[in-house]
Structures are given as C-alpha cells and as structure tokens.
Design a protein around this ligand. Structure first.
Ligand SMILES: Cc1cc2nc3c(=O)[nH]c(=O)nc-3n(C[C@H](O)[C@H](O)[C@H](O)COP(=O)(O)OP(=O)(O)OC[C@H]3O[C@@H](n4cnc5c(N)ncnc54)[C@H](O)[C@@H]3O)c2cc1C
Ligand code: FES
Length: 279
C-alpha cells in the first residue's frame, strides 16, 4: 500500500525565473512506477521538501496534457522556499501528493470561462488554462484577468501572449505601479471589469490571488450576474500533513487540504465570519 507520508525523489530538469522572487521548476520523478501512478489535475497541490529542512504545500502549475513532467512555481517567502531557490537543474527535490481538489473544468464545458488571478495566484490557474486551451472548442469565450504589483511581478510573461492569440480568448493585464515601459492598464484587477464584458449569469470563474483580492473580486462577480456556485476560489492555510489528519488547515468544519484547496464560493460563504478570515 502506498504510504502518503513518504516524499519521493524528483530531479529538477529546468528552472525558469519568473520574477525577481519567483521561479518555476520542471521536475520528473526518479521512480518510474511512482511517476506512472502520479495522476493529477490542475488546482491540486503537492508537498515539496528538502530532506532535513522541511516541506511546504505548493500548487501544481502544469497540465497533465503537457507531458509526464510536473511544474510548480515557488516564491521565496521564508527559510525553505529560499533554499529551494538555491537548487539547480540536476538537483534532487522531494515531493508527495497530489493532494486536494482540482478546479472542476468539466463543469465549465460549453460555458464561458473566466480566470482571475493576482500575483503568485496565476501559477495554480496556469495548468487549468493550458488544459482549457488544449480543448478550446469545449468552452465558450475565455477571459483571463491578471494583475500584479509591478510589471516585473507578472508570471509566465512568455505564455500570456500565446494564450491571448487563442480563438475568442482575451488576456487582460494590469499592474498597481507601472514602470516607464508599461502601456497597459493601471489599477487593481477589478479595474479590468471596464475593459471587457464581464456580465454573465452562466459563466464559470476560477479565482486565485492574495486574500484581500477575493472579497473585491467575488463582489464584482456576483454583481455581474455570476452564481455563487459558479465562482471557485483556491484558499491557502498553513498545512502539515496535507491529507486531513493533523487539523492544521481547518476553517470551521472544513479542511483546506482535503475539502479544498479549491472551493466554490457558495460552500465557504456559509462558514462563520470569524472562521472565514478572508471574507
Ligand atoms: C494549498 C497551498 C498552495 C500553495 N501554493 C503555492 C505556490 O504555488 N507557490 C508558492 O510560492 N507558495 C505556495 N503556497 C504558500 C507556501 O506554502 C508558503 O509560502 C511556504 O509554506 C513558505 O514556507 P517557508 O518555510 O519558505 O516560509 P516560512 O519561513 O514558513 O514563512 C515565511 C512567510 O510565509 C508565510 N507563510 C508560510 N506558509 C504560508 C501559507 N500557507 N500561507 C500564507 N503564508 C504563509 C509566513 O507567515 C511567513 O510570513 C501554497 C500554500 C498552500 C496552503
Ligand atoms: S494539513 Fe493536516 S489536516 Fe489539512
């Protein structure tokens, strides 16, 4: 029987610098049998570790449609993530998972699909964007609204253009503080509402970003006609086990690691206000 607590070795094949404090890692598992059984869906997360140092939850940033590798994006936030940033291609890193619920892309079939991300919130959505564009004909229009503090802090700069070129797909960008080369929108991500038609009573929205962004984005989506069951958010909590055993990640009766991290807004708006923290 597979032991969920055992981290598996993976080799870093490549590292891409996204922003001054964020890098994307492409890895493959050393154990071919484990690799064959590592089936994931975008929105799920993994526990990434350096042995003897610690482990932390990181969202999967790739789509299984891309191949039998795994990609994840790490912002250097503290001790472990700073050490991950010191690793090089060819180095070994440890992974367990995948854990949690994915974004329910099947629910969006034949519907308009909206991705709304802030800062490091784009990596958890990137895999589901890639999966959706791979089966472009399955969806109505696709809109990707993405904001960062500065132009330097936009992730996947090289992919944003190609997403924008897909049929009936629009990528709208904004930054809080422009630099001298920035010609796009300035302001928080909700200021992009004026740049495209966001009114949609049957659209599906996938949202990921800093907690402060959620409240404003959810309010805007509801005001634009979105149903609370069609708004999906991915939440972050401190985690240890990742599999519903330790209780570190609970919000009220829900465990973010097993009931989430992707939740529909309808199910989390019912949580007691003091437990919700972010809304
Ligand atoms: C489901 C899930 C998915 C995540 N996906 C990603 C991802 O794709 N990329 C990424 O860079 N990070 C992601 N994170 C956050 C990441 O786990 C933390 O940044 C990491 O644990 C920090 O570890 P550290 O030892 O380097 O920092 P620490 O020394 O533990 O902490 C450094 C700082 O980060 C804060 N921090 C630590 N853990 C969290 C957390 N869970 N939520 C918010 N703040 C935290 C601490 O309060 C402190 O200010 C995710 C977290 C969760 C729960
Ligand atoms: S992280 Fe242990 S119960 Fe969720």
């Amino acid at each position: 029987m597979r032991n969920e607590y055992i981290p598996r070795p993976a080799i870093i094949k490549s590292i891409k610098i996204e922003t001054p404090d964020t890098k994307t890692y492409r890895v493959i598992f050393k154990d071919k049998i484990f690799a064959r059984h590592f089936n994931y869906k975008p929105g799920q997360f993994i526990q990434v570790s350096i042995l003897g140092i610690g482990e932390c939850p990181i969202s999967i940033a790739s789509s299984p449609t891309q191949g039998r590798f795994l990609e994840f994006t790490v912002r250097a936030a503290g001790r472990l993530t700073r050490l991950i940033h010191q690793l090089n291609a060819g180095d070994r890193i440890y992974i367990r998972g995948p854990y949690g619920n994915p974004f329910p892309l099947n629910r969006a079939k034949n519907k308009d699909l909206y991705f709304i991300a802030g800062g490091i919130g784009l990596p958890p959505l990137r895999g589901v964007i890639v999966s959706a564009l791979k089966k472009r004909a399955n969806f109505g229009k696709i809109r990707i609204l993405y904001g960062a503090k500065t132009p330097d802090e936009l992730c996947f700069r090289d992919e944003l253009d190609s997403w924008n070129r897909a049929p009936d797909t629009e990528v709208l960008l904004t930054v809080d503080k422009p630099d001298k080369n920035w010609k796009g929108n300035v302001g928080v991500v909700t200021t992009l509402w004026n740049k495209t038609n966001m009114n949609n009573s049957s659209g599906i929205a996938f949202v990921c970003g800093p907690p402060i962004m959620f409240k404003f984005v959810v309010d805007k989506l509801l005001a634009s006609g979105f149903k609370d069951k069609n708004i999906y958010l991915t939440l972050e909590r401190y985690m240890k086990c990742g599999i519903g055993k330790c209780g570190h990640c609970n919000i009220g009766e829900k465990f973010v690691c097993t009931d989430g991290p992707v939740f529909d807004y309808h199910s989390i708006k019912e949580l007691p206000v003091k437990e919700r923290v972010i809304f």
